[in-house]
Design a binder for this molecule. Structure first.
Ligand code: GAR
Length: 220
């Protein structure tokens, strides 16, 4: 036993956030390891990233299941069989129901490309541009059955620059996502933050609280 928290990472696409977690887990002092990657999209490049890193990876195509409940049961079974303790959604484009979440209580995290509670759901970056916001960013939060509604753990902000299109803003946010997700996972698996009721509670001092916030221009 390594004593590191076992992560299950759920993906649907490119998996650049998965890569950030894999890279963090490759550091000997990082308190977690990826035990299993599951994609609901069999062709997702994220599966390739997992295999390249030598991590178990499997596709569970939701379309091949008779119901959402059947899919989520199989997903939970696969994660439990791999010894997964924490579930990280990394570009996983499916909502998860209460039965699934109940199998990993307070231990399911998601990253979303907006400063929640603004701009939930699909195309968050386009929504931000359409509304003309001047500051955008990303959020890691505990998952509840709603869409991007669970208690917030950490956020990072980036400026919206004149001339930004969706691709440019998404790329700037994604860079911060790759820093923020490993940080937030570390806070969660070490118990520095936890979900209590509908809130995130921090059990350590202000220095770690501050680590959950990244401002534009912040060094390092
Ligand atoms: C990321 O921007 C992630 O925040 C977003 O999908 C992208 C996945 O990229 N997730 C959501 O919008 C969830 N609501 P990746 O596959 O390269 O990590």
């Amino acid at each position: 036993m390594s004593g590191r928290a076992k992560l299950g990472v759920l993906v649907s696409g490119s998996g650049s956030n998965l890569q950030a977690l894999l890279d963090a887990c490759a550091r000997p002092d990082y308190p977690a390891e990826v035990a299993l990657v599951v994609s609901n999209v069999p062709t997702a490049f994220a599966l390739e990233r997992a295999r390249t890193a030598g991590v178990a990876a499997r596709a569970l195509d939701h379309k091949t299941f008779g119901s959402r409940a059947d899919f989520e049961k199989a997903l939970g079974d696969a994660l439990e069989a791999a010894g997964v303790e924490w579930v990280c959604l990394a570009g996983f484009m499916r909502l998860l129901g209460a039965d699934f979440l109940g199998r990993f209580p307070g231990r399911v995290l998601n990253i979303h490309p907006s400063l929640l509670p603004a701009f939930t759901g699909l195309h968050a970056q386009r929504q931000a541009l359409d509304r003309g916001v001047k500051v955008a960013g990303c959020t890691v939060h505990f998952v509840d059955p709603g869409m991007d509604t669970g208690p917030i753990i950490a956020q990072a902000a980036v400026p919206v620059l004149s001339g930004d299109d969706e691709a440019a803003l998404s790329a700037r946010i994604l860079e911060e996502e790759h820093r923020l997700y490993p940080l937030a996972v570390k806070l969660a698996v070490t118990g520095a933050v936890r979900q209590e009721g509908g809130r995130t509670v921090s059990s350590v001092g202000p220095s770690v609280d501050t680590a959950g916030l990244r401002n534009p221009g912040e060094p390092g």
